[in-house]
Design a protein around this ligand. Sequence first.
Ligand SMILES: [Zn+2]
Ligand SMILES: [Zn+2]
Ligand SMILES: [Zn+2]
Ligand SMILES: [Zn+2]
Ligand SMILES: [Zn+2]
Ligand SMILES: [Zn+2]
Length: 380
Amino acid sequence: MVELEKNKNISVHMDTLEQHPHCSHGPTILFSRGLDGKKFYSCAAYRDKKKCSFFLWENQSGEKYVQQFERDPIISKMIRFKLQSRLKFVKSLNQENRIYCHKCNELLPKSEKHLHLEHEDFLQENIDDFKLSRPSQLQFYQCNDFRWFNLFNCYILEECDTKEILVDLLSKEDSMAVLIDPPFGGRLEPIAYTMKKFDDIRLKHNKNFLTKFLILPYFMERYVKSCLPEMSMLDYKVDYSNHKKFNDTGRNKGSPIRLFTNANQSKIPLPSDENYHFCEECNRWVSGENNHCYQCGGCMSKNGRKYIHCNLCKKCVKCTWKHCKKCKKCCLPDHRCINDQIKTSSKNKRQGQNKKYKSSINLKSTMIKKNIYNEEIKRF
Ligand SMILES: [Zn+2]
Ligand SMILES: [Zn+2]
Ligand SMILES: [Zn+2]
Ligand SMILES: [Zn+2]
Ligand SMILES: [Zn+2]
Ligand SMILES: [Zn+2]
């Protein structure tokens, strides 16, 4: 929970992004933390200080501090050059000698396999020409089709004019969609900023607003709606074929990952052979377990499992919950009642103990969320 709490206490300020000092990864982001709310600039691409050490208090932003971090676009340009020549080299080999490491996101010749011995589970061998040309499976694009773009500061991480390229790209088609699969620990305010910039460009060129799809866990729904109010959550459970935790095997509850969209949900049919059905009342597709509740006026399940309506709480709750008279709300049957919790915690304080109660199921579910969150931070 610590990370989440910490995350909550940090505010992000995007209003003046274009005037922020740059690090090698484009405009930095202005944060503030804690009670005094002192503002500071930090890298928009990396949280790891070893990868980018940029740090500047807001009132420190004089030339002399900024100069030492002057943007160095050559770095990313050279990375592209290196990768493109590697692609060319691996392409020239027979397919039996081509390997892709999903851990390092790297193409390699078989002769370098020994360097990735610890990544054995992540190695894909025998890459044929078809796979090499299928970017959604392995991701190799040329310059015209692919750009390293940082969604958190609306910046192309290459030696180019971000604005010009974005206008060129976004003003081409009458209808366009953007699919965003962000790290789950990332802030959504900067993503909302970038989406607004995209829509502004579209508007200026008389094009329709972008259709947006955003992939995040269902329990981030409130956060998504606070930053991107036009988005609603689809009931579709997203499985990652290459994600350690969110793949389609060995999970009885189904994936917690969902798609959020600003599109009209009635126009997005979900596969009926996977037990999704259309709810006439809600005018959208929902999962088989999600029954329409006439009291609440919607298909209320969020986690992909059955919900039941509680007349006392006047809302739908998880079907595994029972109404507790003491707590005056629906809870898991073996929960610790609020009053008992207060008693125990004051007793603990008296005894000078500060052990945390890991036995509580409520806490456990928070821990699971925290683990998912931490994993995503690591991935980021
Ligand atoms: Zn940076
Ligand atoms: Zn590797
Ligand atoms: Zn419904
Ligand atoms: Zn209900
Ligand atoms: Zn209840
Ligand atoms: Zn209770």
